[in-house]
Design a protein. Structure first.
Length: 178
């Protein structure tokens, strides 16, 4: 599972990165919201962990930018703010889960394992149609040759391949005259 961690506290970022890597996850650490947004445009992530108060771009702005781009990654917010209104704002802005600081590293890793179990049950890593195969985690489309895709292209191809029967042009009209 590929994870993006955006946390501005260097010590916590290091601890989270090392713990998740030891648990077998591929982790991309960044220290501000703008870098998080830029990484999501270039890569596909299964989980994005965002600290609530980050420099350069705050988490709500970063969260909205990530969602606006069409990214459907599971987003977990980390915050020292434990007020209900803060959690509601984060969830209403597009977050999937919320964990308040201080938090247990064991609990965070358990949430990641839970997410991974659900993902494995419902989302195949490779999908195919005809002689075309999409490797979602590697963002690679293979036919007679292969190409690398960005995050949004990977999501679109995944959707098209998984919904092949619903997108069939059975009743489609010709784009140009007969």
């Amino acid at each position: 599972m590929r994870i993006l961690v955006a946390e501005d506290e260097p010590q916590l970022l290091r601890v989270l990165t090392v713990a998740m890597q030891k648990a077998g996850y591929e982790v991309d650490p960044v220290d501000n919201g703008l870098k998080a947004v830029e990484h999501t445009k270039e890569n596909s992530y299964d989980v994005i962990i965002l600290d609530i108060m980050m420099p350069v771009m705050d988490r709500i702005t970063a969260l909205k930018e990530i969602r606006k781009s069409g990214d459907k990654s599971y987003i977990l917010m980390l915050t020292a703010k434990s007020e209900i209104d803060d959690r509601v704002t984060g969830l209403d802005s597009g977050a999937d889960d919320y964990l308040t600081k201080p938090f247990s590293l064991k609990e965070l890793l358990a949430r990641l394992r839970s997410k991974e179990r659900r993902q494995d049950d419902f989302t195949p890593n490779e999908v195919s149609i005809g002689d075309v195969t999409l490797n979602v985690s590697e963002q690679e489309l293979v036919s007679h040759n292969s190409i690398r895709l960005n995050g949004q292209e990977t999501q679109l191809m995944d959707y098209f391949i998984l919904n092949e029967d619903h997108l069939s042009p059975r009743n489609a009209q010709p784009a140009f005259g007969n």
